[in-house]
Design a protein around this ligand. Structure first.
Ligand code: HEC
Ligand code: HEC
Length: 173
């Protein structure tokens, strides 16, 4: 006697398993996409377009050879604008890229920084920047704070990550 083919009821679990498998694969793909997207350097910058991403790339390329790149939010936009207009830079000579690279850098820096208040002096040093202070409501900063001291509390500063905090700091009140 030949075995009768599987009835509909018997086949149902097989179909369900297949469906589940397809769904799992889809989820895995989605999750890995999200992971890839979140592997951008841990900036404080919320939204990215292609132009801004390029601008950030040029910024990191041009401004990290001598020191870490500061996140745009620590200075008003005007500070960045002026820094991009001259090759005389804190007593040294820097090379600035030609446009459109320079314009894209400016677009990036401007997007993620704020305007200064009218009549306010444009700060060129961190201790003079109100925005830098505003980002640090809870900590006592070393005096005077400078571009080399970020790393003591932000271990990822050289990777442009200012989210991660040294545990000693994050446990302080
Ligand atoms: C050739 C080396 C060099 C390059 C390239 C360079 N810098 Fe600098 N930067 C310096 C030096 C030197 C200082 C002063 C450091 C100090 O006195 O503590 C400085 C200081 C700064 C400061 C002030 C930080 C503070 O002390 O408050 C900012 C902001 C800054 N640089 C932004 C930039 C930007 C934006 C770029 C890219 C366009 C850039 N730097 C590229 C050498 C460089
Ligand atoms: C004494 C430790 C300390 C130093 C030094 C320090 N930070 Fe911070 N930073 C913190 C803490 C803690 C926070 C979280 C806000 C708070 O608790 O005040 C923070 C927050 C920030 C944020 C906001 C991060 C976010 O997720 O929104 C930025 C940007 C930042 N710091 C940049 C810098 C830069 C640039 C330097 C160096 C010029 C620096 N910090 C130096 C401790 C420090």
């Amino acid at each position: 006697m030949r075995p009768s083919p599987l009835s509909y009821k018997q086949r149902l679990p097989v179909w369900l398993c297949l469906l589940l498998l397809v769904w799992c694969l889809g989820m895995g793909w989605g999750v890995s996409n999200v992971m890839a997207a979140s592997q951008q350097p841990g900036t404080v910058d919320p939204v990215f377009t292609d132009q801004l991403e390029l601008g950030q790339e040029y910024y990191l390329e041009n401004c990290t050879t001598c020191h870490i790149a500061l996140p745009p939010a620590v200075f008003p936009s005007e500070t960045w604008r002026q820094l991009l207009m001259t090759t005389e830079h804190y007593g040294v000579e820097i090379k600035l890229p030609f446009d459109p690279q320079r314009v894209l850098m400016w677009l990036y820096l401007q997007t993620f920084s704020r305007a200064h208040l009218e009549k306010e002096e444009i700060p060129f040093r961190l201790p003079q920047s109100r925005y830098f202070k505003a980002l640090h409501p809870r900590v006592t900063l070393p005096q005077p704070v400078n571009i080399r001291s970020c790393i003591t509390c932000h271990p990822g500063a050289e990777q442009y990550n200012f989210r991660e905090l040294n545990p000693d700091v994050s446990n302080s009140p």
